[in-house]
Structures are given as structure tokens and as C-alpha cells.
Design a protein. Structure first.
Length: 180
């Protein structure tokens, strides 16, 4: 709720309309009512669904009955779905075809040693290529060094997160920083 409220407040203050990402825990997902809860929060805050991205871990996608219905409901609201920590969980490439996924978030464990680990480079490239082939966005997390970013950009990674972009800050600090 707070993330949606804050995003809407930033938009009202004239900041660029950008999506905000929220992690969804297994408990939140499995207890039911997620779609209704998200719909209620979007209505209460006035945030359009396209400005909300929910991050799910791969392990959540194993329960086909619960997941399919919930993801279809979220998609109907315009909410985007990101698979967090991609490649570290219970990977089944079948769910990438089965569910309305928008983004693959490459786990930081595949980013840490890009400069020295050939296997890590190969995995990162494979995930980026998989995302591109399926028309998904590729996002790398844990990017802390320029050479990591250079490598990822050279191989077509769309987005990145990490200390190279900046340290985490509270909403008030972000607002002040963004104003200059």
C-alpha cells in the first residue's frame, strides 16, 4: 500500500511516472486474496496498475492452480510480473511460456564475478538471451562495478539495480535528491 501511495504522490508532484517494484512473499501469495488486495490498493491510491511491478520468486510458480489464476487476475489489472532471483530456485522453463511474465531479474550470484568467472558470464548471457527471445525485459541485480554494467549492456541487458546506481534511500531523501 505504501509503495503505491508514494508512487502516486511522486507522480502528482511532477516526477516521471515510473513503475515501482514490490516483493511478494510466499505467505502473501498463498493465503489468497492477492488480486483483490492489489485491486483495492490501486483503487484507494489511484495508481494505475501499469506502474506496479510485483516480484515473485521461482518457487512460488510451482503451484500451478493458485498461480495461473492469480497472475491472470494481476495481468487484468495491468500489473507487471517479475521473476526475482531467476536461475537460483526451482527453475522450470515451462512457466515462462505458461504464465504472463514480463521481466526476468538475474540473481546477483550470477553478477558478482562477471569479470573473472567464465561460467558466470555464460549464465548471464544465456538469461539475457532467453529474456530477449521470449520478449521479456532482462534486469540484473547487484551491479556494483562499472565493468559489470559495461558487460551487461554489451550483451543487451535492459535494466540494472545495485550500488552502482546508488544506495537505497528513504522516500523523502529520494524526493529531495530528484529535485536537485
Amino acid at each position: 500500500r505504501e509503495a503505491c501511495r508514494q508512487n502516486k504522490a511522486w507522480q502528482a508532484a511532477g516526477f516521471a511516472a515510473l513503475p515501482i517494484s514490490v516483493n511478494v512473499s510466499a505467505v502473501q501469495f498463498r493465503r489468497g486474496g492477492l488480486v483483490a488486495g492489489v485491486k483495492r490498493v490501486l483503487q484507494e491510491t489511484g495508481l494505475e496498475g501499469r506502474y506496479l511491478e510485483l516480484e515473485l520468486t521461482e518457487s512460488l510458480l510451482m503451484d500451478k492452480e493458485v498461480v495461473g489464476e492469480a497472475l491472470a487476475g494481476l495481468r487484468a489489472l495491468g500489473v507487471k510480473i517479475t521473476i526475482d532471483d531467476f536461475g537460483t530456485g526451482y527453475s522450470s522453463l515451462g512457466y515462462l511460456k505458461r504464465y504472463p511474465i514480463d521481466k526476468l531479474k538475474i540473481d546477483r550470484s550470477f553478477i558478482d564475478d562477471l569479470g573473472t568467472d567464465a561460467d558466470e558470464r555464460a549464465i548471464a548471457i544465456a538469461i539475457i538471451n532467453l529474456a530477449k527471445t521470449l520478449k521479456l525485459t532482462a534486469l540484473a541485480e547487484g551491479v556494483e562495478r562499472q565493468e559489470q554494467l559495461d558487460f551487461l549492456r554489451a550483451h543487451g541487458c535492459d535494466e540494472f539495480q545495485g550500488y552502482l546506481a546508488g544506495n537505497p534511500v528513504a522516500a523523502e531523501e529520494f524526493s529531495a535528491f530528484s529535485r536537485g
